[in-house]
Every structure is written in structure tokens, then in C-alpha cells.
Design a protein around this ligand. Sequence first.
Ligand SMILES: Cc1ncc(COP(=O)(O)O)c(C=O)c1O
Length: 498
Amino acid sequence: MTSGPTAGALAGRPALLGYVDPLSAVETIRHHPGRAMTSDRPSTVPPGIDPDRLAALLDAERARWVQARPRAAALRERARLSQLHGTPQHWISQFPPPIPLVVDRAVGARLYDTDGHEYADFGLAATAALWGHDHPAVVAALRDQLDRGSVTLWAGEDHVAVTEELARRFGLPFWQFTVSASDANRFALLLARVTTGRQKILVFHRAYHGSLEQAGVVLTADGEVAPEPGVDPNGVDVRQTTKVVEFNDLDALERALAPRDVAAVLAEPVLTNGGAVIRPEPGFHAALRDLTRRTGTLLIIDETQTIPAGPGGCTREFGLDPDLITMGKSIAGGVPAGLYGMSGEVAAAAERYTEHGDGGLGSTMAGGPLAVRAMRAVLTEVMTDKNYAHMSRLAARYERDVAAVIAEHGLPWHVGRLGGRVSYAFTPAPPRNAGQLYPRVGSSARQALWLYLANRGVVINAMSGAALMSPMTAESDVELHGALFAEAIGALAAKKGR
Ligand SMILES: Cc1ncc(COP(=O)(O)O)c(C=O)c1O
């Protein structure tokens, strides 16, 4: 049944402090060293949004956030003495709230903060908590394994069960364990170089594949390759290591691969990190595979963020046939872990390469029994057709709610979905590449929306605004989001005729 957001959805929202004096709270924020928190006029306002209303709402929501979180504010001050930016990972300081969300506990698809607020969590740790924070199957597996050892540096029966299942689902015969998706990509790229004897790699503009200097690159306005803004120099001459083209640009891809000096194309099957869900155009994947094969280039598909597409990721959904596959995040249900799978050809080269040493592959903590036990539980009990059906159904509802608000206000925005993942772009049509979405259109609007929702009990991804549905997500939370999104846009949209 299609139903839009209802006022009823708002009835059960968590109670937050009532009246907030924005000015006094703003003053409090101003006295914090570090970021300029307030009254910075929005720099990039998306079409359809009133800049004055946006600036006022942003100030009010920031003030409301700070005013209702004295414990989080105190903890931040303490953290400043021992952490960069006063945050355990530096990027938290770039998220929208003026003081970070301090989580007391994460249960199911909900977060509870240290100041007593409860949130429906659609951010789900940027896919790492995709199954919910404490899926019963994962918790039971971990409890059992804790009594049997967490790291051994030896093989186990669970390891074989996991690699057999991965081979069945994703089609590649040989697999290795890592600690993270970043490591999986690092090792996959190394093996691509070993297999082909070539040095360069190719990534798509604004893709993100983890903390890899060689892949953290962008195309400049002049079409040059450069490290991501802010990380130059990064110790690697990326102009020597990496080529970059826009997603969906097959002509540029063909030109880049023609010299036959690229070891591998590292690609998300659907670009999720470029600011929205950016889908491959019809024929893109077939052409990508054909061009890579014709030029002797390997193809690495990074499924880290696209596992919400289906029980075999996009590889199975789209019938892809890559040489290597990488993943991490959600695959061990919240325990740090990553994996890479490879074809027989790559495995043969890798076996020769590692015959006499480690070759820079591996990590002591990779494939620890705790992580692998959790992976087995995820693969057999959580990544089921039934759970995927629930995630997709709720995501479709979330998408419809957003689309209805966009249509009601005549906003030239687009909302897109990949299985259980939904995100919107400030473009009238589905974006075809990330270049269309940069320089970051609408960052101030994203901040305002994030704060508006979070101040009322809904958390979405703090960087991209994307939402994820877990098997533990409740439909009432999706309904709540729809109602709040409608309210927020009602407060931000330019009045017709202005
Ligand atoms: C597509 C993709 N690959 C790899 C990674 C790296 O994951 P991790 O940070 O867990 O190593 C990310 C992280 O966001 C990602 O989005």
C-alpha cells in the first residue's frame, strides 16, 4: 500500500527539550574553539530552497542540538585533550552536528545517546551496521565464539564454510580474509599488479574505496588527476599511479585503457560514494567488462556499499563477471572484517607470488575466528531473501515518501534507490556521474536536513544523507522519517513565485 507521511507518525517522536533560546545557545557554540558554527551563510543552496530560511533553520537547529546535549558537550571538551578535533575519528568533526552524537548504546536499528535521546538509525554506520546493531544471530554466534577464542592465526571450519558460501554467491572461486574493506582493496590492487605486471590503476571520479592513497584521487576541472582535496601531498605521486574517469563515460574509459598500462579498474558497481546513488547506464557494465578484457586489464568490483542490493550484491543482481571482488563493513555483522575474492588466473599468479614470503599481503588480525564466526552467521542466517525483501520494501516506502515531498514542492531533485539504500541528489534527473554533483551542491541544506531530523529522533548518514534499511528497521520509523522530511522541506522550500 502506498501511504504518505502522516501526522500520526509524529505523535510518538522522542521528547526533546521544549523552548530553546537560539541566541543564547548560539553564543555558547561561538565560544567553542574550532569550527565557526553559526551564521555562516549557506554557500551552495540547492534549487528550490530559500537561502534565508535555510540560514535561519540551520542556526536554530544547531542551537537546539547543543542546548539539549550538555553531557555530550562536556565529553567533547574532555576529548579535546586527547583526540584530534576532540573526536575519535577525525571525520566526525566534519559531520553536521556542532557537537558529535555521543552514543550510549546501539540496539536493533536504534541509537540512544548519552543525554537520553533515542533515534531511529538509518545511517547504520555507513553500511557497517546494515543488519541492525545487535542482530540476534550475530550476537549468539559471537557469544559462543568468545568462549572458543577470538584470534589464533590458524585455520578453522568456519573459514571454509564462509569461503564456500562466498564462492557460491559471488561466483569467484578463491577468497582471502582481511581486517577491513580498505585492506581488501589494497591487496586486490597489489594482486592485479602482480598478475598483469602493470603498475597503474583506474578509478572513477569521486569514488571512495577506503584509506588508500593511490585511490583517493579526483579529476580536476582541467581533466588532470589530483589527490583528494586536502590530502596533497599524500606520499604517492598519484599522477603516476592512477587514472581517473567519470562513471558512465565509456569513451574516456576506452581512451584511458588503450595504452594497456592499467593493471586494474577498481569500480563500485553502482557509485554510492559520489553524493547519491549513481546507477550504471544500460550497457555500461557489459562495455566495462569488454574493454577491460580487450586491453588485458583486470576488473575489481568493490561491493562494500552495494551489499544492500541483494544477497549476492550487485555482482549477482547484474550478472557481473569480475576478476576480483572486495567487501567489508557489514559482512561480519559489526566485527571488523574484509574479504577479497579472485579468479583462478589471479589465484595462480598470487600463489606463485607468495610462494616464498608474504609479499605485502595479509594482516595478523585478518580472519580471526570471532570475525569469521560472525560472517558465517551473517551469510547463513541474515543475508536471506526474506530479510532482503523487508529491506527493499521499507526502502521503497522511504523513497516514495521523499518523492512525494519533492513533487509537492516542485523541487528539481531526484531520489534514487538500490535495494535497501535510498539517497537523493539535488539534480532534476538521475545523476550519471559524480562530477554533476560537485562542487558539493547543497551541503548546507544537507546539514540542515540532518539536524532537523536528528533533533526529532531520526538519524541518516551524516556525510551523504543516504538512508539504509536493516532487517530490524520498523515501518513506523520510516513513516516518522517521511513526516519529518515533509515538515523540514515545508520549512525550507522557496515560496512559489519568489
Ligand atoms: C566502496 C567502499 N569501499 C571500501 C571502503 C573502505 O571501508 P573501510 O573504511 O571499512 O575500510 C569504503 C568505506 O566507506 C567504501 O565506501
